[in-house]
Design a protein around this ligand. Structure first.
Ligand SMILES: [Zn+2]
Length: 313
């Protein structure tokens, strides 16, 4: 069996590599407090064995898992929710109200991804989605407080990447589980002095104004750290939020300036790639172009598609 990669981050938080596509791509966070456990993000069906391996290692029983909280229902975040809920008898799923119906009946979610990827690739990436009973789903309200054995987590609505995106504030560690709201910064983007970060402008609900507002909302809590789904612990978020916000605006300007080009998507992709690879090389001067492409190529493709979709609506 494939190895389970995970790391302990203090405050009872463990970052588990979901195994999605490649190492360090998508995280699942396990939070232990007293005898209770919450899981933020589920990865895909193929991630389940990794979560179980960590629970086993920590001698946590299935009945100790109380909450499963995907930040949104893109399948690298919530694809494994159904099969996870089946295994944990005391767990409740917490999602944005708009997301709940797609968890009880995942057929629309499946169709929209199969339409893009085809069934074979869908199965290889995600596997069959299991429906969740409505009675086991908590439809999160904005500002809702979740109590994990006396440790408080606050749910905030953070649209911009997706309309139904939520972020989770951990009072104890003064950190956000940010999903895709605070961008992407893989461990391979960490240099000696700083780290490179890029926004996620994925189709089909990217909205720059909402995303910038959501980032500002996160910063208004004066977070000490951010738990990125893509990927891992980001310390001193105040050092990164300006560049992140600036990049979102820059992406939109590039899209507006090139949307009438002969092949706009190709042109925009080329410009953004150049910017992001150059910025990566500033942080990691020894990285090769090939490494940069394999690290960020997929995200830049998705970002370009999302930007074009946004402007063409
Ligand atoms: Zn994501």
């Amino acid at each position: 069996m494939e190895k389970t990669i995970y790391s302990y981050l203090r405050h009872g938080i463990t970052c588990i590599d979901s195994g999605y596509i490649r190492p360090n791509m998508a995280a699942i966070y396990l939070i232990e407090h007293k005898s209770d456990v919450a899981i933020i993000e589920t990865g895909t069906n193929h991630s389940l064995s990794k979560v179980l391996a960590v629970l086993d290692k920590k001698k946590i029983t299935h009945s100790q898992v109380r909450y499963i909280i995907p930040t949104h229902i893109h399948l690298d975040h919530a694809g494994g929710a159904g099969s996870m809920m089946k295994l944990f008898p005391n767990a409740q799923l917490i999602v944005h109200p708009r997301a709940a119906k797609h968890m009880t009946d995942p057929s629309f979610l499946v169709k929209s991804v199969v339409d893009v990827y085809g069934l074979e690739k869908f199965n290889a990436l995600y596997g069959e989605l299991t429906p969740i009973l409505d009675e086991n789903i908590i439809k999160a309200e904005d500002n809702m407080v979740i109590d994990l054995s006396g440790r408080n987590f606050h749910i905030r609505y953070t649209p911009g990447h997706a309309e139904h995106h939520i972020c989770i504030w951990d009072e104890q560690s003064k950190g956000w589980f940010s999903g895709d709201t605070f961008g992407i910064s893989y461990p391979e983007m960490i240099g000696l002095k700083t780290r490179h970060i890029i926004p996620t402008t994925t189709p089909t609900q990217f909205n720059p104004e909402k995303l910038l507002n959501s980032i500002n909302l996160l910063m208004s809590y004066e977070p000490e750290c951010i738990y990125l789904t893509h990927f891992g612990l980001l310390e001193n978020p105040q050092d990164h939020y300006e560049i992140l916000s600036k990049t979102i605006t820059e992406y939109c300007e590039i899209t507006q300036a090139n949307i009438k080009a002969l092949s706009p998507e190709e042109e925009i992709n080329k410009i953004i790639s150049e910017i992001e690879y150059t910025n990566l090389f500033k942080v990691r001067p020894n990285a090769t172009l090939k490494e940069a492409q394999s690290l960020l190529g997929l995200d830049i493709n998705l970002n370009t598609q999302g930007l074009c979709y946004w402007l063409n609506q």
